[in-house]
Write a protein of this length. Structure first.
Length: 297
């Protein structure tokens, strides 16, 4: 005969009672984690869409911003359907990516899903200053020879530019007569080759007969496009020579030679629209076709 104080049945009752908080805890851990993961994916989607639209707008045509945002939202979210909206205001685009995250455990307590979203903004503009990867300033004459003074095309026939050439001169946009070619610049302290500058500020010349950095820096950059300062005013001589930055242009390096007294660079100025953390942008720089894109929110 079973004793009245037998508690075997109580275990089943307690287990049943504890299942509710256990399921709620599982919902909290598993489903909240799932929502967090999807929000991370949506943030990546919003960032990618904002940058892509900003680059297109910076190049002169925003295109179908709704389609771009939707395509990148779908591509960056692994579970569930994602949607995205995009709004362009001035030189900034704001993208909001959204999705509904279905829950696995939470429906037991009456919560089937949750709406998740992420917002990102990107802006674009002409480069106003930054850190160049080569110690070079091109004369306005060089830019004029390649482009005629207008915006460059996306591809051009490479031209050979010599070290500061006093036999060739032109009048820059500021009305100053400057020599043609390019000048070597003093590199940043502690730097192998970089130079930091900004529009309207002065850069100091490196009076050496060859590049302040090794040929390997140029070799690595062959075929690549870099932003470099364009000067339209200069003065001084030797270690006291200086160049005033007019703006920045994108230059594709194709070849070079710095042997002995031979100093020439071959390449072409081109349009450039790309993300860059090394440069600032804004309305204070003349537009020479070099535009910077950056996430702003």
């Amino acid at each position: 005969m079973r004793r009245l104080n037998d508690d075997h049945g109580a275990v089943a009752v307690m287990t049943a009672l504890l299942m509710v908080p256990v399921l709620m805890f599982a919902a909290l851990v598993m489903d909240t984690g799932s929502a967090y993961l999807q929000r991370r994916q949506l943030q990546n989607a919003a960032d990618a869409a904002a940058l892509a639209i900003a680059q297109a707008c910076g190049a002169g045509s925003c295109g179908n911003i709704a389609s771009t945002a939707s395509t990148l939202a779908t591509a960056n979210v692994s579970t569930g359907a994602a949607t995205a909206t995009a709004v362009v205001n001035g030189n900034t685009v704001t993208v909001t990516a959204s999705a509904v995250t279905p829950f696995v455990f939470a429906p037991v307590v009456g919560i089937a899903n949750t709406a998740v979203s992420a917002t990102s903004a990107a802006s674009w503009g002409s480069a106003t200053g930054g850190r160049t990867v080569l110690p070079i300033a091109f004369s306005w004459c060089s830019f004029l020879a390649q482009t005629g003074g207008g915006l460059p095309t996306t591809t051009s026939t490479p031209l050979k530019f010599s070290k500061l050439d006093g036999s060739t001169t032109c009048t820059g946009p500021s009305g100053n007569v400057v020599p043609g070619g390019f000048g070597w610049l003093k590199v940043d302290n502690g730097s192998n080759c970089t130079v930091t500058s900004s529009v309207s500020n002065v850069l100091w010349s490196d009076p050496g007969s060859s590049s302040p950095c090794s040929d390997s820096f140029f070799t690595v950059l062959k075929g690549q496009t870099v932003l470099l300062p364009i000067f339209d005013h200069y003065g001084g001589t030797g270690s006291g020579a200086w160049y005033q930055v007019y703006s920045y242009a994108a230059f594709t390096l194709t070849d070079f030679s710095f042997q002995g007294n031979t100093n020439w660079i071959k390449g072409y100025f081109t349009k450039f629209v790309a993300p860059s953390d090394a440069f600032t942008y804004g309305s204070g720089a003349p537009d020479l076709g070099a535009r910077v894109v950056r996430l702003t929110a």
